[in-house]
Ligand binder design. Structure first.
Ligand SMILES: Cc1ncc(COP(=O)(O)O)c(C=O)c1O
Length: 421
């Protein structure tokens, strides 16, 4: 088979390969065999990829600064086994709800190294965080200040960071842009000084620093630098949490910055603008987990009208991103990489918009073929749903030729498990 047909794009997990028979191998396991054994759709996570990216982040920071922590932005892949692997790699964790906090604790994260986010935290969530010993709470708004003070009461002061919006936009979809002034997240640059003063005066709260997150899937480094420059006038703090946002390759055409370059851009800008010796926190979600995972589907029908519609057994219930953001993916037949048939890879749901890949070259797609879409680790399982009563897929972890189910497939009984009559 010619090299161009067998080359894997960087969207695939590290260590993936096409074998001599033209079959996709993931973590040493044959993709078509995985589909046969575990059914489809299924998320396949390459454990070594997850670990390698966590280590790359940590090493990149260690090479440039002494005082840092890398936080897994766990909204990207809130699954106990993923928390467990990343906790084992020694990184910290950010959670954005009580549910994610429960998962992170179950996954083995030290509560002292958990950061609680959210623009609408309830009293119950704040109490849960306090009772669990969550290290830091990231304050998003004025209402939350009073709510948290009441929860702390006479207890020891709660270490907090204050989330600000630097008024800087990265080049990304509006729905995942969060750093602009008109944002539902954080305090604007206008409101931040009063909020900082208010929290500094509070006996219940211990303000250790500022937080910002300008958005997600950002493929250039300059917005990260500009955002750090923008918050400098807010004062001198010991800790800066710079959020996540590093983009990843969903297709071979996308070229994200290297993790080391992203880290260097942030750390060097903090040193230059905010001064040396700051504690720097970073919260990658997508860049840690997206490329660790592929989704396997089985083709159920091939219909030719104006286009060729290749319909698979999943869709917007396991990958909402194409519908939410118009996100672009690539796809292949797992044992017949190549092209020749321009296709629309479509899901099984009752929406015309349920199209996983709008234009994809497949090699003569047929019913029964196993299709692979790479880079589904971030916000795939996280946003999975039961539209049309479709049970959510399992999560299968692969490493060194072994495969294990870490989340089982949902059953029809699960669909009625919450019914009360
Ligand atoms: C506060 C915060 N931190 C970190 C992240 C992770 O972003 P990404 O997955 O782009 O790295 C997000 C994503 O929405 C976020 O809201």
């Amino acid at each position: 088979m010619p090299a161009t047909r067998t080359q894997l794009s960087q969207a695939y997990p590290i260590g993936s390969a096409i074998d001599a028979d033209g079959r996709l191998q993931l973590g040493g396991c044959d993709a078509v065999e995985l589909a046969r054994e575990f059914g489809t759709p299924a998320y396949i996570v390459a454990e070594d990829d997850l670990r390698a990216r966590a280590q790359t982040f940590v090493e990149a920071f260690r090479a440039r600064t002494k005082d840092f922590d890398v936080l897994f932005a766990s909204k990207a892949f809130p699954c106990t086994a993923i928390y467990r692997v990343l906790a084992e790699e020694g990184i910290a964790c950010d959670v954005a709800s009580g549910g994610e906090l429960a998962l992170a604790l179950r996954g083995g994260f030290d509560p002292a190294r958990i950061y609680l986010h959210g623009n609408a935290k309830s009293v119950d969530e704040l109490r849960f965080a306090r009772e669990s010993g969550v290290g830091h709470i990231v304050i998003d708004n004025a209402d939350e200040i009073e709510r948290l003070e009441a929860v702390v009461g006479d207890g020891p002061a709660q270490p907090v960071l204050l989330r600000v919006t630097p008024g800087v936009r990265g080049e990304t979809n509006d729905k995942i842009s969060t750093g602009q002034a008109d944002s539902k997240f954080g305090f604007s640059m206008v409101d931040a000084p009063a909020a900082i003063a208010r929290v500094q005066d509070s006996p219940q709260l211990d303000l250790v620093g500022l937080h910002m997150h300008i958005g997600s899937q950002i493929l250039e480094l300059d917005p990260f630098r500009r955002a750090i420059e923008a918050i400098a006038p807010l004062g001198d703090f010991g800790t800066y949490n710079l959020g996540g946002g590093l983009g990843v390759a969903y297709t071979s055409a996308q070229e994200p910055p290297r993790i080391a370059d992203y880290v260097a851009a942030k750390v060097d800008t903090v040193d230059r603008v905010l001064g040396p010796g700051k504690r720097i926190l970073d919260e990658p979600g997508r860049a840690l987990v997206a490329n660790s995972t592929v989704t396997l589907y089985t083709v159920q029908s091939v219909k030719r009208n104006v286009s060729t519609w290749v319909a698979v057994d999943g869709g917007m219930s396991d990958n909402l991103r194409p519908m939410l953001y118009g996100s672009v993916y690539e796809a292949q037949i797992a044992d017949r990489f190549g092209g020749g048939t321009r296709s629309r890879l479509t899901g099984k749901h009752c929406e015309s918009g349920d199209v996983i890949v709008r234009d994809v070259e497949l090699a003569d797609p047929r019913v029964g073929d196993v299709i692979v879409t790479p880079a589904t680790g971030a916000y795939g399982h996280a946003m999975a749903n039961n539209y049309n009563g479709v049970p959510r897929p399992p999560v299968i972890m692969v490493a060194h030729g072994d495969a294990r189910v870490v989340v089982r497939r949902e059953t029809y009984d699960d669909l009625t498990a919450r019914d009360v009559d």
